[in-house]
Design a binder for this molecule. Structure first.
Ligand code: 2P0
Length: 350
């Protein structure tokens, strides 16, 4: 009998950004965040987990073919320990279940996009890991309950367990029991929404998110102002999504990206994720929006930037040809992902 399960998980791109932890061990954020899940055809992680009595020397894991160590007390170790504990609880309740919790694991994870594309893979990678173990162990827990475990692998990973438009609620409890992800709206709710990824640089970022966000928590006075305004932004963007109000969605998304990069600049020493090309893309989208607003009364597009220089441009499908033409005209080489992405599905259990 082979005990094995394969799961996939998508990439997500935040509109209201997660930046800062109030608990670094449990990965509890200083603010709630909200993201859009991208479709899985081009950007996803796939993870296969196998439990077998013949496996010796503990659990082992390979990422894109390269073995990663599972350090005791580390993030991978914690995710595996928690899910194995849930399996053990099921086995204790039902004596007929095979004793998988006692077996060592072999886990292999692949991204179907090049790491060199400059896109974060930790969110989809950790979500796929959690989904594949949940499948292997046939766990009864809901995606929101599983998101509490994915969160401890990498904060943003908890959002990749859902498709469509996803909130990660910061929660109030010290043990993290209420810091979890939930769907705000399904992808079918707003199928016209698309995301264009402009790869500005495929270089590895200078400051990791994990280290950068804690420097911000420790040194940025502006972060306090951000923590004051984000709750209303979460409410407003959820309402905009529910009403399919692209203008409100776009204004909030751009404002939050700009404020996130402002708190990075307000960190000591300052963190710079945007470069000259990123800022030129902001200028282009602002100008396209000015012209479109004058002509139609509506915005054309919304930019957002994570912890790196690459732009993600959200827009309704009908606006994408204008945006793609403008990007190609002013940035003729920026064609790593020439087609916009649709809003995607949740992590797929086996
Ligand atoms: C986000 N980012 O909300 C924000 C926007 C980067 C900028 O989530 O330390 O890799 O593993 O919890 O999840 C990046 O942070 O950090 C991130 P850890 P993670 O998408």
């Amino acid at each position: 009998m082979v005990y094995e399960a394969t799961a996939t998980a998508p990439v997500n791109i935040a509109c209201i950004k997660y930046w800062g932890k109030r608990d670094t061990k449990l990965i509890l954020p200083t603010n709630s965040s909200l993201s859009v899940t991208l479709d899985q055809d081009h950007l996803r992680s796939t993870t296969t987990s196998r439990a077998d009595a013949s496996f010796e020397d503990g659990d082992r894991l390979w990422l894109n073919g390269k073995e990663e160590s599972i350090k005791e007390g580390g993030r991978l170790w914690t995710c595996i320990k928690e899910l194995r504990g849930w399996r053990k609880a099921e086995e204790d309740k039902n004596a007929e279940l095979p004793k998988l919790a006692a077996l060592n694991l072999r886990i292999a994870s692949y991204n179907n996009f090049p790491t060199a594309a400059g896109l974060a893979s930790s969110a989809s990678g950790l979500a796929a890991l959690v989904a594949s173990l949940a499948g292997l162990y046939e766990l009864p827990q809901s995606p929101s309950e599983l998101s509490r475990i994915a969160r401890q692998g990498s904060g943003s990973a908890c959002r990749s367990l859902f498709g469509g438009f996803v909130a990660w609620r910061e929660g109030k409890e010290a043990d993290g029991s209420d810091s979890l992800a939930e769907e705000v709206a399904s992808r079918e709710h707003w199928p016209e929404m698309q995301a264009l990824i402009c790869v500005v640089s495929d270089a590895k970022k200078g400051t990791s998110s994990t280290a950068g966000m804690q420097h911000t928590v420790e040194t940025s006075p502006l972060l306090q102002e951000r923590l004051r305004v984000v709750p209303k932004r979460m409410d407003d963007i959820s309402a905009a999504i529910k009403a399919r109000d692209f203008d409100a969605f776009a204004r909030l998304t751009m404002a939050d990206s700009n404020q996130f990069h402002a708190v990075c600049l307000d960190t000591a020493p300052p963190i710079f994720y945007l470069n000259d090309v990123s800022r030129a893309i902001i200028g282009l989208v602002e100008e396209l929006n000015r012209a479109h607003l004058a002509k139609t009364g509506h915005l054309l597009a919304a930019y957002t930037f994570d912890a790196g220089p690459n732009a993600v441009i959200y827009a309704p499908e009908a606006n994408m040809p204008t945006i793609v033409a403008a990007v190609n005209r002013f940035f003729p080489q920026a064609e790593a992902f020439p087609d916009p992405f649709k809003v995607g599905t949740a992590a797929a259990l086996p």
